[in-house]
Design a protein. Structure first.
Ligand SMILES: C[S@@+](CC[C@H](N)C(=O)[O-])C[C@H]1O[C@@H](n2cnc3c(N)ncnc32)[C@H](O)[C@@H]1O
Length: 286
């Protein structure tokens, strides 16, 4: 087969596979970025010892265990405590003082993976003496990751790296204050969890979360194509109250998106944006 025919066939098979999954299970991967999608599908081909993508369709439609593996393979859960420490420093120094002017603050951490990002945020808010006035909603479509996130138990061998990141984020205490080590695990302190609600939410198909003051969605949009990125950014615009803040990952941007005129950059360093509001909208500030 000519290479052009082969790539057209691969594209067609991929579309059929993703459409079948959407129709059968309601999970919508039809607008994930093609390069990342192709790598995930290669993993499935190896796992199922299949030669062609179309052979995956009956397997994934009829075998729920195979579909569970597919879901896990589709979710890239790479994360870290205080990932990109300078972002957390910027959040602490530039955004938290502004958030403190609100009596009560609602935060959405979308695509929270196994929870390291949300515990980092809880630590930061506690150190700023502000955590009791915050409610954090931590969501991901990967339910297995959410179980790990709720437990807040991480391998002890990661603590060295977590501590180094924490130390670079402008901290006010010691990272060791926030966990208890037991055997080869580190369990995050229960008081960090008290204002966090972990819940499933799919950015590709679910609706907005109302009246958020701050949204973190870092290192998630890079896996989506332009159309899905726009959908998600519209969801965030709808979910934020007037003057609310949106934090994206270092490689993500609002440039060329449908929402570029709805936000103003607040920090280039932290990739943080503020929803633009007209003065009269301030009466509605949540
Ligand atoms: C690379 S992790 C980023 C984790 C964390 N935000 C960070 O920056 O360290 C990407 C996460 O996005 C989640 N994700 C991917 N597609 C999603 C979707 N449609 N809805 C919700 N979460 C999604 C994955 O399950 C994964 O946990």
């Amino acid at each position: 087969m000519l290479s052009q025919d082969r790539s057209q066939t691969t594209r067609l098979e991929t579309e059929l596979l993703l459409e079948a999954i959407f129709q059968r299970y309601g999970y919508d991967f039809r607008h994930y970025a093609p390069a990342s999608l192709a790598r995930r599908i290669q993993i499935q081909l190896r796992r199922q010892k299949a030669q062609h993508i179309s052979q995956l369709i009956p397997v994934l439609l009829h075998d729920s265990k195979a579909f569970d593996h597919f879901l896990l393979d589709m979710s890239i859960t790479v994360t870290d405590m205080f990932r990109n420490p300078l972002f957390f420093k910027e959040l602490r120094e530039t955004i938290i003082p502004r958030l403190k002017t609100w009596p009560y603050v609602k935060i959405w951490c979308a695509g929270c993976a196994t929870g390291e990002e949300v515990y980092s945020l809880a630590i930061l808010l506690q150190e700023e003496g502000f955590y009791d006035r915050c409610q954090i909603y931590a969501t991901d479509y990967n339910k297995r990751s959410l179980v790990i996130a709720k437990d807040g138990i991480y391998p002890l061998n990661k603590i060295k790296n977590y501590t180094a990141n924490y130390n670079n984020s402008g901290p006010k205490a010691s990272f060791a204050d926030y966990y208890h080590a037991k055997y080869d695990s580190a369990k995050m302190n229960d008081n960090l969890k008290k204002n966090i609600v972990f819940s499933p939410h799919n950015l590709a198909s679910d609706s907005a979360f109302g009246e958020m003051n701050l949204i973190l969605c870092r290192n998630v949009l890079i896996y989506f194509d332009k159309q899905l990125q726009n959908r998600v950014l519209e969801l965030f615009e709808e979910s934020l109250c007037a003057g609310g803040f949106l934090c994206l990952g270092a490689k993500e941007s609002l440039q060329f998106s449908s929402m570029v005129d709805k936000f103003a950059p607040v920090s280039q360093k932290g990739n943080i944006f503020r929803k633009i509001y007209r003065q009269q909208e301030m009466d509605d500030v949540c």
